[in-house]
Design a binder for this molecule. Structure first.
Ligand code: K1U
Ligand code: ZN
Length: 173
């Protein structure tokens, strides 16, 4: 397994709608294993393929935070088929927006389908933080970030901070 570099915003690669996967190959299974390792290492509770420079509809999620058993999901071509009217407000972070947080309202419950690493179609009913995290990762597959759900004023402030963060990283390197 390998740790993958995570792209930090602003970056055009995070603004692209990703293409569906036509076949789950050994190469994509390896990518999903590497994404899980990268997510646990960060640490995070989700990671989408465009965040590691791969524009395909793939994501990994584990909201167990290592407290009980690990509960990793590896999802290819996820599709939300139903969402609740009821919303929950959650303070979101993003591995592509280091040290930035904002409250985002999203549906509290979702139903989705996805293809697992064995190529099998799966159904999942998710609520709470699992539903929030899946919707955040789905946004990445559509070229959206959590800052696209907040006011322009706050978004511009966060993007300015990230530009400074990236400039400082370049100086340190
Ligand atoms: O997509 C990502 O960038 C990962 C992101 C997922 C996410 C977090 C919060 C709400 C919605 C989606 C993260 O994992 S940020 C890090 C984080 O939330 C976390 C890290 C360690 C322990 C617990 C949470
Ligand atoms: Zn994110």
């Amino acid at each position: 397994m390998a740790l993958l570099p995570i792209i930090v915003a602003p970056d055009p690669r995070l603004k692209v709608r990703c293409e569906p996967v036509s076949e789950v190959t050994a190469e994509l299974r390896k990518l999903m294993e590497d994404m899980l390792e990268t997510m646990y290492d960060a640490p995070g509770i989700g990671l989408a393929a465009p965040q590691v420079g791969v524009c395909k509809r793939i994501m990994v999620v584990d909201v167990s935070k290592g407290e009980d058993e690990y509960q990793p999901y590896q999802m290819v071509n996820p599709e939300i088929t139903w969402h609740s009217e009821q919303l929950i407000d959650y303070e979101e972070g993003c591995l592509s927006l280091p040290e930035q947080y904002a409250n985002v309202k999203r549906p509290d419950q979702i139903h989705l389908t996805y293809i697992d690493p064995n190529g099998q179609m799966q159904n999942l009913e998710a609520s709470g933080i699992l539903a929030t995290c899946i919707q955040h990762e789905m946004d990445h597959l559509d070229g959206l970030l959590f800052v696209d759900h907040i006011s322009k004023l706050r978004r511009d402030l966060i993007i300015r901070k990230l530009k400074k963060y990236k400039a400082a990283q370049l100086v340190d390197a």
